[in-house]
Design a protein around this ligand. Structure first.
Ligand SMILES: [Mg+2]
Length: 103
């Protein structure tokens, strides 16, 4: 069943993400660095295919997908931090409503 096949692959990608977190911890690279890491994994998948290594090809594709997920997570954290920074700046720049009361 196609849905089950998809779930099985997504589960493998999830397990690979957990392995990456165990090995590297939370990584917050720039988009360019993420693309370089993806390029490396993609290159390894290409090598697996060129060497007719079906198992290696598949393993590297799982890693490509897991790195893509990590890059998305990192980008989401970056966007969240931008929103937090903007909110903090707005609070700091807001007029102090209590400043001149009761004088
Ligand atoms: Mg690899």
């Amino acid at each position: 069943m196609a849905d089950q096949d998809t779930m099985n692959v997504c589960n493998e990608i999830f397990v690979e993400r957990l392995k990456q977190n165990d090995e590297w911890g939370e990584r917050n690279h720039t988009p360019l660095k993420w693309l370089a890491i993806l390029g490396e994994e993609f290159g390894e998948a290409c090598k697996g295919e060129l060497e007719l290594d079906d198992e290696g090809f598949r393993k590297e594709l799982i890693q490509v997908a897991a790195v893509a997920v990590a890059a998305i997570e990192s980008g989401d954290r970056r966007q969240m931090q931008v929103a937090i920074d903007e909110a903090q700046k707005a609070i700091q720049e807001a007029p102090d409503e209590n400043h001149n009361q009761g004088a």
